[in-house]
Structure formats: C-alpha cells, structure tokens
Design a protein around this ligand. Structure first.
Ligand code: DX5
Ligand code: ZN
Length: 226
C-alpha cells in the first residue's frame, strides 16, 4: 500500500492562536505539520524561526517538516533540529555542499529532503537521489501561500518516479507543495505523490477538520490495489 499523508502548512494558520490551530488539524487526522521557513533572501518573504518551532513543539507529537527557503541552510540546520524538526528539506541552489548537508541531517536521525522549484529539472537530482529520504516538488514558486497550482509540475512527479526506478530508490517519498486543493490533490495522488502539503485550502476553509477528512478520503482512494 502506498503512503499517502496530509501535511497542513501553518503558513496559512492564525498565528495569534497557533497552538490551537495545530491541535485542531491534529484532531482532524493531519499526519505531519509543514513549517515554511523564509529568510527574505532566497524568497521575497519572511516567516518564522526557532523560537516559534520550540514553542509549538510542546503542543503536538506530530512530525515537524521544515521547508527551508533560506540561503546557506547549513548554518541553521543544527538549530532547526534542536528545535524539534523531524524532516528537513532545503533548496540545492541555496547551499554549496548539498551532499554534506543531507548527510548531516540524516546523522541527526532526521529525514532529509530536497526541494525542487517549478523551473528546475528532475535531472538535477540524479546524484543526490542516492542519499535523500524525500523530494519536495514545488507546484508553485516558493515564497507565498495561496498561489495557483502549476499543473505542468505533475509531469515532473512522473519523471521523478522514473528516476527513482532507474536508481533503485523507489523508497524515496514524493511531497508536493503549493496550490493543493480538493481537485489538485486528486491529480497529484494520481501522479504518485505521497505527502500533500496544503495551507490555505485547509486553514482558510470554513471547516478545516472536514477538509482534511475529505482530502484523506480522496487520496486514500488511490491506495486501493496499489
Ligand atoms: C510556499 C510554501 C507552501 C505554502 C503552501 O512557498 O512552501 O508550503 O504554505 O500554501 P498553499 O497551500 O496556500 O499554496
Ligand atoms: Zn512549503
């Protein structure tokens, strides 16, 4: 059975009551909490850092998936791990020695992922694929929540699956991030995505719990017979 996990992105949550927002999605069946870290240099936006992660670490046992949209991620990864992150992805064009950083992340018992922007090709993963735990396919340009899904990125999911087969790394998980809603989640599941990040469609919906329930129903439909 294929792994299908829902990862609400807290970027779209009400930050004045972040703890409650996380509790709410946890009760609704969220599998992972996606945390977007932006530095105002790699992307034109700034979000949050270690103190926030440390404090929300107290409210849930769900895995924390940090998506680092920052320059020189190697400088901050140790602190993100200390703060309680269980999965860390970074962008290779922001890091000079990506292999070294991947190995470091894994040496700390944390899952290591590489994030791929819409304009970046899958073949850039050809060498690093041997070492990573997951790939985060950006289905919007990083920097903001609430953007429109870029459907062409699904072709990359298919290309990535081929690369995984060629390199005998079919255990690598595929995460998709940006513009995921009731419709795009089905297309992504169909293309072979395992982890679905969703910000606005969950937190800005009238009933986030019902939305997660529906998302789970939709993606789990694809586990039958797989
Ligand atoms: C964008 C972030 C996403 C964002 C997704 O740079 O990486 O995780 O929160 O937001 P939605 O689901 O609203 O597109
Ligand atoms: Zn993200």
């Amino acid at each position: 059975m294929e792994i299908k996990l829902i990862a609400p992105s807290i970027l779209a949550a009400d930050f004045s009551r972040l703890g409650e927002e996380i509790k709410k999605v946890e009760e609704a069946g969220a599998d992972i909490i996606h945390i977007d870290i932006m530095d105002g240099r790699y992307v034109p936006n700034i979000t949050l850092g270690m103190p926030v992660i440390k404090s929300i670490r107290k409210v849930t046992d769900l895995p924390f998936d940090a998506h680092l949209m920052i320059m020189e991620p190697e400088k901050y990864v140790p602190e993100f791990i200390d703060a309680g992150c269980n999965m860390i992805s970074f962008h290779m064009d922001a890091c000079i020695h990506s292999h070294r950083l991947v190995e470091y992340i894994k040496s700390r018992g944390v899952k290591a992922g590489i994030a791929v922007n819409p304009a970046e090709p899958i073949h850039m993963l050809e060498e690093i694929i041997h070492f990573i735990d997951y790939v985060l396919i950006m289905s919007v340009n990083p920097g903001f929540g609430g953007q429109k899904f870029i459907p062409e990125t699904l072709n990359k999911v298919r290309k990535l699956k081929r690369l995984m087969e060629e390199t005998e790394r079919t255990d690598v998980l595929i995460e998709i991030d940006g513009g995921i809603n009731e419709h795009t989640i089905v297309e992504a599941a169909n293309a072979g995505v395992n982890i679905f990040v969703a910000g606005s469609s969950i937190f800005k919906s009238e009933n986030p719990q019902e939305t997660i329930r529906r998302f789970k129903e939709k993606v789990n439909g694809f586990t039958v017979g797989v």
